[in-house]
Design a protein around this ligand. Structure first.
Ligand code: DWN
Ligand code: ZN
Length: 410
């Protein structure tokens, strides 16, 4: 990694082609989870943020790779803050246990295990579990709560040690983390080293077609290096000696896919599921520039519309606050150039973010009690639900507390 803390790729991370084209340039942006204190503002770092696509294998990816040590060691995103996400992994564990016949005697290893949100329900069903996550404080808290977590990036060495110390894994998972790494092939090799005979690797990643078709540009930030299609995953799997044996759509993060891999020497399954998925989900459109040009236009139109609306309403004396301070909210706020002059504060229920300022835009993050302590005259007119993936539950929560402000998305 260069001294600047990032490097720019010249070749596609999946197929190695030099045929990369720019999709959209979001300018200089801070790291989306780098919430900070007032004192830290002078030292705040910005990095270029550019989405590009491979004209050969169609893989959509960032042009820049920021040093993962800068992004993931002092991490503030704790998965279990959102009850819907907790239920999602309860159901995930239930399905996997039934499908793979897991239970006492089985080992489940989760890469990017965060606070143990995925492993906890497997542990409750009798499986041995092991988390791997580089976030220092979150990993130690997970271990204290009973989910043993190795605080490191997942490598072949990690896989070797787990295999020697605990045994081979029947299930290796990586949910919302396979998009976060440049080390696609080293990770696939390490997973292969770790899997028991008959074991599977299951990932969940935001689905590029949902992302492009719904214009979810705020999910572009430095942590998200890849924007996966079934087609690109298939190319990577084949090159790494895996087969994709199943692809399913899941609703998390605006539309994701759950993909099951098996080492290719352990399955005869021809990837029919993948072929069907690629065709049914119209991934062919990734081969031409049209869909990317449409996406670019939609993002610019949306930015201009939102900024105009907020400025006009502010001039009329209307007050805006935010609810949820997700990483993606910071892409939108920075790209729109909205600051604490526009959005007075943002409520977030995670104590890891409260009392800090949003990266780049420096809007204070507060707890719900702060909002509740406002007098009726101070109530906001609009609540920007930056965590739009939890729009209904946040709207409901506000309603239960007697807030009549209009909930909007940015
Ligand atoms: O891929 C990633 C996903 C899994 O999580 C990471 N790169 C980072 C992170 O993305 P995000 O920050 O966009 O995730 P969420 O889950 O959409 O963040 C929601 C935020 O809203 C959290 O800070 C928690 C907060 N929240 C809240 O304060 N009250 C959420 C709910 C539902 C609530 O009731
Ligand atoms: Zn490529």
């Amino acid at each position: 990694m260069s001294q600047q803390g990032y490097h720019i790729i010249e070749k596609c991370r999946v197929c190695g082609s030099a045929g990369l084209s720019k999709v959209i340039d979001l300018g200089m942006q801070p790291l989306a989870n780098a919430f900070l204190t007032e004192e830290e503002i002078p030292e705040e770092k910005l990095f270029p943020l550019t989405l590009c696509r491979c004209r050969d294998c169609t893989h959509v990816q960032l042009r820049e790779t920021v040093d993962p040590e800068l992004m993931f060691r002092n991490y503030v995103y704790v998965s279990s803050t959102s009850p819907t996400f907790v239920s999602h992994f309860e159901k995930f564990a239930e399905d996997m246990v039934a499908r793979l016949g897991l239970g006492p005697g089985s080992l489940v290893v989760d890469i990017g295990s965060n606070d143990g949100i995925l492993l906890k329900p497997f542990q409750e069903r009798g499986c041995a579990v092991m988390g791997v996550d580089p976030a220092v404080q979150i990993a130690s808290q997970a271990t204290l709560s009973g989910i043993t977590t190795l605080c490191e990036f997942f490598t072949r060495d990690t896989a070797r040690r787990i295999r020697e110390d605990v045994g081979p894994a029947n299930l290796v998972t990586a949910t919302n983390v396979f998009a976060h790494t440049e080390e696609i092939y080293p990770i696939l090799s390490a997973v292969k080293d770790l899997l028991a005979e008959g074991g599977v690797f299951v990932i969940e990643v935001p689905y590029v077609m949902s992302f492009l078709n719904t214009g979810l540009f705020d999910t572009i930030y430095h942590e998200h290096i890849s924007y996966w299609s079934a087609r690109a995953l298939h190319a990577a799997a084949t090159r790494a000696g895996f087969r994709i044996v199943r692809v399913e759509k899941v609703t998390t993060h605006g539309g994701s896919i759950r993909v099951t891999f098996k080492p290719s020497d352990q399955t005869d399954i021809v990837d029919e599921d993948v072929a069907r998925f690629i065709n049914e989900q119209v991934e062919d459109s990734l081969k031409s520039s049209d869909i990317f040009e449409r996406f670019h236009r939609a993002v610019i139109v949306r930015r201009d519309k939102i900024v105009k609306f907020v400025k006009q309403e502010r001039e009329r004396g209307k007050r805006f606050v935010g609810y949820g301070a997700p990483a993606k909210g910071n892409t939108a706020l920075n790209f729109y150039g909205l600051t604490d002059q526009d959005i007075e504060f943002i409520v977030d229920d995670s104590s890891w973010k409260q009392s800090l300022l949003t990266p780049g835009t420096h809007i204070p993050v507060v707890d719900l009690d702060y909002l509740l302590s406002l007098s009726p005259e101070e109530h906001p007119h609009y609540v920007a639900v930056l965590a739009w993936n939890y729009f209904e539950e946040i709207q409901q929560k506000l309603k239960e507390h007697g807030f009549t402000a209009t909930c909007i998305t940015l």
